[in-house]
Design a protein around this ligand. Structure first.
Ligand code: F6R
Length: 600
């Protein structure tokens, strides 16, 4: 949520900042701004809207090689030019870009206003520039440190002052990565913006700051002590963050799924069909109960994870919205494992739930995509998904990879507790990429369905058992990309209220695959049909039972029940994508949303 970037080097900074902002735009895209420092002067440009609208203004600013920039997802104050970052002090000498929330900004603002500071925006961030001004005495680091001592909340900030040739960056709760280049250094909210420059990175921890000066970076804690940190290497390549001829990142990421799953599986099942995961620091034999915490799509993966862990490993498992877990004083006992699932590894609610679980003494495991992310660094052990960068705001390829990770973990847990290996499931896991490719090869059939139903106003997604979370995920994908009202339900729950909404305008997407709930699902489809509702069915076989109820069928390959949610996710992602695209929306950047939700 919000992306910041800063560069100190030898090159012309404006194109670098604009390119970085474009790569960070998935984090927020309602307004953007830059501030360049040149010979004791600050040059600034801001716009309401996309980075592409800022580009021309920024490139026309005075040439410079020091600068900071921001792309915004509004929290305090509507999207507008005046609320766009950077924010300045009274004398326009100090500029700040910020990702996070200053929770006590009203109190700080009142104090500063009494002292004569004039505010022009409605943002929480503006208190930071004025606070830094208040403490500024020809030493920017010192002023930033003093200001941050008074702040309650989260921040990743970059600050410049016209009187000093440096950039001061600090972090508490919002991600910051430093890219270490040759004669140039760059900082950003995410490694994707650093990757075109260098693969050498340092991840800042909370309460650390980095000062960029000529050719040099220095990392300190807020007490002013130098912190020595290791340089990591980003494993992704620059090519992975390009669209590669696809119209949108979402479509590219959908089509990458066979390869992404192969990457999640790679090296984790040996020739004797044993699972190999490096889960250190957790005694798998002592786990008595598991709680999964996650948000959004990752939470849907967690619901399926409950089913998988209980079925495969026999350990009782609960699933909590991370945002609820943290604030309900959860009971955590000895022998509890808390699993945090997150693509970005930066979701604020998931991170807060994880920290709460650790405070209460639970062991923690992460199922995460982004290596080096905060959650990845804070868990006791982790399973990285290796799905590759996911740029589109709507999660796609991370979802089946999370499920694959959960299956591997369940099998590993069962193995550690002396259960016999489920050889058939293991073999089927290996054939997943092929089955997904089969669905992708028939994507044109789903495009036809999308054309037919693109103007529908209301959708239900209905499934039972392991396909119920798939129904939730199908509904989420459609509503967030196409702005069509969609609800997911366990199919049998229809009769307890929602069926009142069924009429010829409503489309119900049923998961009617060949599992033990198949006969019951057919009855639920009959109930909808009897009330004139339209049906799309995701099936393993377009048999006469199904075709009597609907001609709108999506046939997917047969598989074991445990793998069904992976298989069924793919056509629903395609359906959502095609409908959104046909309706003319910016599929990769849906309105009001941002990827990597780093505010609670
Ligand atoms: C939906 C979506 C969100 C994320 C959620 C969690 O398509 O992308 O619901 O799943 O914000 O994000 P991560 O997995 O990064 O913690």
């Amino acid at each position: 949520m919000c992306g910041i970037i800063a560069y100190f080097g030898k090159k012309d900074v404006a194109p670098i900042l604009i390119d970085g902002l474009k790569r960070l735009e998935y984090r927020g895209y309602d307004s953007a701004g830059v501030c360049l420092l040149n010979n004791g002067e600050l040059f600034m440009a801001k716009v309401k809207g996309r980075v592409s609208e800022l580009e021309k203004l920024a490139l026309n600013l005075k040439h410079s090689n020091i600068g900071i920039a921001h792309t915004r997802w509004a929290t305090h104050g509507e999207p507008s030019e005046v609320n766009a970052h950077p924010h300045f002090d009274c004398k326009n000498e100090i500029a700040v870009v910020h990702n996070g929330i200053i929770e006590n900004y009203t109190t700080l603002k009142e104090i500063l206003e009494k002292e004569g500071h004039k505010f022009i925006s409605k943002t929480d961030t503006e208190v930071l520039s004025h606070l830094i001004e208040k403490f500024y005495n020809n030493n920017l680091e010192e002023a930033v440190t003093k200001a941050l001592e008074l702040v309650v909340g989260t921040f990743g900030i970059a600050v410049v002052c016209k009187k000093e040739n440096k950039i001061v960056v600090a972090r508490r709760g919002s991600p910051i990565v430093l890219g270490v280049g040759e004669g140039e250094n760059i900082i950003a909210s995410d490694a994707v913006a650093v990757l075109p420059f260098t693969k050498k990175v340092i991840y800042l921890n909370d309460n650390e700051m980095v000062v960029l000066t000529d050719n040099k970076y220095e990392i300190k804690n807020f007490d002013g002590q130098i912190v020595e940190k290791e340089i990591d290497e980003i494993k992704w390549t620059a090519a992975e963050i390009e669209k590669k001829g696809f119209k949108h990142f979402m479509l590219k990421e959908i089509f990458e799924q066979p390869a992404s799953i192969e990457n999640t599986l790679r090296g984790r099942i040996d020739e004797n069909l044993n699972i190999k995961l490096s889960i250190d620091n957790i005694d798998l034999k002592s786990i008595k109960r598991i709680t999964i915490v996650a948000c959004g799509t990752a939470w849907h993966a967690g619901l399926i994870g409950k089913y998988l862990i209980e079925k495969i490993a026999g350990i009782p498992t609960d699933v909590d919205y991370a945002s609820e877990f943290r604030y309900r004083n959860p009971i955590v006992r000895e022998g509890d494992l808390v699993i945090a699932i997150s693509q970005s590894g930066e979701t604020a609610d998931t991170l807060a739930a994880l920290r709460e679980a650790k405070l209460k003494g639970a062991k923690t495991l992460g199922i995460i995509n982004v290596v080096g992310s905060t959650i990845g660094r804070e868990v006791d052990s982790g399973i990285y998904l290796h799905a590759g960068p996911e740029i589109a705001v709507a999660a796609t390829k991370s979802f089946p990879c999370m499920l694959t990770g959960l299956i591997l973990f369940s099998l590993f847990l069962a193995q550690a507790n002396g259960k016999d290996a489920d050889k058939e499931l293991l073999e089927e896991l290996n054939s997943l990429p092929e089955k997904i490719q089969e669905i992708l090869d028939k994507s044109q059939d789903i495009l036809l369905l999308a054309k037919k139903f693109k103007d529908t106003k209301n959708f239900f997604f209905l499934g039972r058992g392991v396909n119920f979370p798939s129904a939730l995920e199908g509904a989420l994908k459609l509503k967030e990309t196409s702005y069509i009202h969609a609800e997911g339900y366990p199919a049998a729950e229809m009769k307890h209220g929602p069926i009142a909404l069924v009429d010829p305008e409503l489309v119900s997407v049923f998961f009617a695959m060949n599992d033990h709930t198949y006969a019951k699902i057919l009855s639920n489809m009959e109930e909808v049909r009897a009330r004139g509702g339209q049906i799309i069915a995701v099936v393993n076989e377009a048999n006469s039972d199904i075709l009597n109820l609907t001609k709108n069928v999506i046939v997917v390959p047969k598989c074991r029940e445990e793998l069904m949610p992976i298989i069924s996710a793919i056509p629903l992602q395609l359906l959502a994508y095609y409908i959104a695209d046909l309706r003319g929306f910016d599929v990769d950047k849906p309105k009001n949303l941002a990827k990597s939700v780093t505010v609670e």
